[in-house]
Design a protein around this ligand. Structure first.
Ligand SMILES: NC(=O)c1ccc[n+]([C@@H]2O[C@H](COP(=O)([O-])OP(=O)(O)OC[C@H]3O[C@@H](n4cnc5c(N)ncnc54)[C@H](OP(=O)(O)O)[C@@H]3O)[C@@H](O)[C@H]2O)c1
Length: 321
């Protein structure tokens, strides 16, 4: 299916045209940021028309794809949809072909749908931003969550020494995922396991400054929650001056990291079909497992969101039509 669209408000610079595939959705997964979308937190930057079909992460079968695309009818694929589009929680989804990749062949649709956001987020953080090197010491905050479970495994695959944090009920699970050391945040301090080359923070809030201070010189702090930096906003399409302005609140954190000879990163996940293809290869090689903890049907989305809102789910929650 070919489509013409606008990517935001403006003049013809926002007009786009591109090939899109129609997907028969077999599974999708929920992500915590959807709770913020639902609450209207991003309505200025990402305005919705209602009813809005939610969902970033999708796995399914191609119903139709444009001629000449790398995908054809019947192919099994997975993708992350852009924030401005969403639409994974429906029987059919429209996906720009450059965001699609073949589903890992060793995974079910449910397992594949659990991956796109957590895998792309972590891939971009470790490989593009932090350039994680072998034998580096990596702290993963919230190691039992959706992002953390993937991050423990990718960091180990890249040769890091991994320290992961979680509550008492998450310790065994993080060790089983491959963490070399686990920290119970109810009675231990992660600083006692440092210093770290990389702090990958899926909790943030009061842990940010402590995470930065636990870095060694040359270390990289990567925060995932409400600390996006100017680079992320530019990559999301904001003009440079507006991106700088949007990222102004994190300037003290950048300065805190700089003062230690370290770096502060606040990435926002970018959809990317080519990276999902590389991730599928790692999965099919057996280096990383998907972590589906619970499956709901589309009509149970409210219950899935209630689970996610506890902040203490393990792995990923999947939805099926
Ligand atoms: N910047 C981006 O583009 C981006 C991309 C993806 C995700 N994110 C954000 O990253 C965060 C994590 O995402 P997620 O999908 O992994 O969430 P999640 O699956 O809901 O995370 C739940 C996990 O957090 C752990 N946890 C809660 N409080 C903790 C604490 N104080 N210390 C250590 N662990 C703690 C829980 O372990 P216990 O049950 O043991 O407490 C649980 O396993 C979310 O806020 C999400 O919105 C941002």
């Amino acid at each position: 299916m070919r489509a013409a669209y606008i990517t935001g408000y403006g003049d013809n610079s926002v007009v786009g045209y591109g090939p899109e595939a129609l997907i028969d959705v077999r599974a999708a997964s929920v992500n915590p940021v959807e709770l913020a979308f639902r609450a209207g937190e991003f309505q200025a930057s990402v305005p919705f028309a209602f009813p809005k079909v939610m969902g970033f992460d999708v796995a399914g079968v191609v119903i139709s794809a444009p001629e000449g695309a790398a995908f054809k009818t019947g192919d099994e694929v997975y993708a992350r949809l852009p924030s401005r589009q969403l639409g994974a929680f429906a029987e059919r989804a429209v996906v720009p072909v450059d965001l699609l990749a073949f589903k890992p062949r060793t995974l079910s649709f449910e397992a594949a749908a659990s991956l796109p956001t957590v895998a792309l987020t972590t891939w971009q953080a470790f490989i593009e931003r932090a350039q994680l090197a072998q034998d580096e010491r990596v702290l993963i905050q919230a190691g039992a969550g959706g992002v953390g479970a993937f991050a423990i495994q990718l960091a180990k695959h890249l040769g890091a020494h991994v320290v992961a944090t979680g509550g008492p009920g998450s310790q065994a699970r993080m060790a089983e995922l491959g963490a070399d050391q686990t920290v119970d945040y109810t009675h231990q301090r992660f600083e006692d396991f440092g210093p770290f080359d990389i702090v990958y923070d899926g909790v943030c809030g009061p842990l940010i400054e402590r995470g930065i201070d636990a870095l060694r010189e040359g270390g990289r702090y990567i925060g995932l929650v409400r600390v996006a930096d100017a680079r992320s906003y530019r990559e999301a399409g904001l003009p440079a001056a507006i991106a700088e302005q949007a990222a102004a609140p994190i300037q003290p954190l950048i300065e805190r990291a700089t003062a230690r000879g370290a770096f502060f990163h606040g990435p926002l996940t970018r959809p990317d079909g080519a990276q999902l293809a590389a991730i599928a290869q790692v999965i099919d090689d057996g280096a990383i497992r998907a972590t589906v903890s619970k499956t709901y049907r589309f009509e149970q989305l409210a219950a899935a969101y209630d689970d996610l809102a506890t902040g203490h789910t393990s792995g990923k929650i999947v939805l099926v039509p």
